[in-house]
Design a protein. Structure first.
Length: 99
């Protein structure tokens, strides 16, 4: 590869990396803001209060227009699973950088 091609390629890598780092930083900042909410969801899911809310919903005691994705078994579970997978992925990335 000649010098011009190499510099051009490296410039493309730099620009792409700058955008990716900026997006990741924004996403991480947003994640850190909602992390306490995730912890609260973890405590809520499967708790006696959650089961009561689900039961009340099943009995038609909750308002009809109420958004209730949080009462589905899959809603919170899938988010918590995805969150765990994401944390594992970030941990693996950090560990690979230590080598």
């Amino acid at each position: 590869m000649n010098q011009i091609d190499r510099i051009t390629r490296m410039e493309e890598y730099l620009n792409h990396a700058l955008k990716a780092v900026e997006h990741l930083e924004k996403a991480l900042d947003e994640y850190l803001k909602v992390e306490p909410d995730i912890e609260e969801l973890l405590e809520y899911y499967g708790s006696p209060i959650w089961f009561k809310d689900v039961d009340d919903d099943d009995q038609g005691l909750l308002p009809e227009g109420l958004r209730r994705g949080v009462l589905s078994e899959d809603g919170i579970y899938n988010m918590l699973y995805d969150n765990t997978f994401l944390l594992q992925k970030m941990q693996a990335l950090l560990e690979s950088r230590k080598k």
